[in-house]
Design a protein around this ligand. Structure first.
Ligand code: ZN
Length: 422
């Protein structure tokens, strides 16, 4: 039986922009707008996949679509083609520096090249390596170098200074994870005020319902068997030094959050995690789940220097903020430089400052569509009865109706039919 997706509409909203706020270059009074939002009770991975590619994101169970046209720092959905991804010179350096540290410790100055030659003959590498190597000569394939220093991949005749392990586990709470979160928030974001409940709400709870990944071969042990929300645990000599929150979806691995112990700051673990997540998508694809092709890197914010690093992974694409078709990032740059809000399909819709042109004209929703958008009428002993939204009591309330319509518009016709409102 297909997984049912259920959400409670919250309508549009706005908040102080976090990208040009007190720590940014501009004033702290600027505003980030949301077109729509809802609290998801549960979502199928297939539905959430489509949402991601229509500009939505989740924070815990709260799902939202930013309003790029009205926001001071528009958030463009960015997707890296994980199959065609080739780490740049500086990204390869980040991989090699970390591998070098794990294998040799801090002080050794031995050449990275020698190191990688020494450990590239691991017998435990995934089967796909042969093809991948042919694709990327003369460099090592992405997954070979990303796993090169992991204790489960290092060949038995190589001796590593440190034991490095990366594992995927379900998105659940532990004291250890929370302690890392507190440390990261305090030291990196200068935010000492957090509770276990904040951590759970933001990074543990997820509306995604796990579903099996349809591999056509039996995948290596380190790959997940299901789509869903995961914590990727990075352990050095047993200690949790970093954690990625990721959603594994039918077409992409989606990066939700990454936190690390600041004592390893100089190894750029955040940048390393994006390479690792791209490699994960590629390995899932190579094991036969062929729809998996991309790393969804969240939002690209051209106006925010700190977030521009996402553009350094190539080849990547931005979603058009109106039609949600993909444009190579390189082709978008001149428009992003020229306009505050850049529309790629309809460049004539692009806007220069000031920040907020106000709400656009109301988008008409057809009666046919409203007949097919469903709302929960009653829930009794596990049985749910649903009715068309325009027959519901919510529809008679103007405020509720606005909330629902904003969700229907931001989801688009196809998704609006697939999510049951409550
Ligand atoms: Zn801003």
């Amino acid at each position: 039986m297909p997984v049912v997706s259920v959400g409670m509409p919250l309508g549009p909203g706005c908040s102080t922009c976090g990208y040009c706020g007190p720590l940014g270059e501009r004033s702290s009074t600027e505003t980030s707008f949301k077109k729509a939002g809802f609290i998801a009770s549960q979502l199928s991975c297939r539905v959430y996949q489509k949402m991601i590619y229509r500009g939505w994101r989740r924070s815990g169970t709260y799902c939202y679509a930013p309003d790029l046209r009205r926001s001071c720092c528009p958030q463009y959905t960015i997707r890296l083609d994980a199959i065609a991804f080739k780490p740049s010179r500086s990204q390869r350096k980040i991989i090699n520096r970390w591998n070098h540290f794990v294998m040799q410790g801090h002080k050794s100055e031995a050449s990275n090249l020698l190191l990688l030659q020494g450990i590239s003959s691991s017998p435990k590498l995934p089967k796909s390596e042969g093809n991948a190597s042919k694709r990327d000569p003369p460099n090592l394939s992405l997954s070979t170098s990303i796993h090169a220093a992991e204790s489960d991949f290092v060949s038995s005749n190589a001796t590593a200074r440190h034991q490095f392990k990366v594992t995927l586990e379900p998105s659940t709470y532990s004291e250890e994870k929370y302690a890392l979160y507190l440390l990261y928030q305090r030291e990196v974001h200068h935010d000492p005020y957090n509770t276990p409940e904040d951590f759970k709400r933001f990074l543990v709870k997820s509306p995604l319902i796990n579903e099996p990944i349809p591999y056509t071969t039996s995948p290596p042990d380190h790959l997940p068997s299901q789509y869903g929300s995961f914590h990727q645990m990075y352990r050095l000599d047993g200690e949790l030094i970093a954690m990625g929150v990721i959603d594994i979806l039918p077409e992409c691995v989606s990066s939700v959050y990454f936190m690390y112990d600041p004592k390893h700051e100089k190894y750029s673990l955040g940048k390393l995690s994006a390479i690792r997540e791209a490699s994960l998508a590629r390995e899932i694809h190579d094991a036969g789940a062929i729809t998996m092709t991309s790393l969804a890197m969240g939002f690209y914010i051209h106006s925010c220097q700190k977030m521009k690093y996402k553009g350094g992974y190539s080849p990547s694409y931005l979603a058009d903020p109106e039609k949600f078709t993909w444009f190579p990032l390189a082709d978008c740059i001149s428009q992003l430089e020229k306009f505050r809000y850049a529309a790629f399909v309809h460049p004539e819709h692009s806007l220069e400052g000031p920040q907020d042109p106000g709400e656009g004209p109301p988008v008409p929703v057809s009666e046919e569509l409203l007949d097919e958008v469903m709302v929960i009428y009653s829930m009794q002993q596990g049985a749910i009865s649903i009715i068309p939204i325009n027959l519901s009591h919510q529809w008679n309330d103007e405020y509720n109706r606005e909330e629902i319509l904003s969700c229907v518009n931001a989801l688009g016709d196809e998704l609006a039919r697939e999510i049951i409102f409550r």
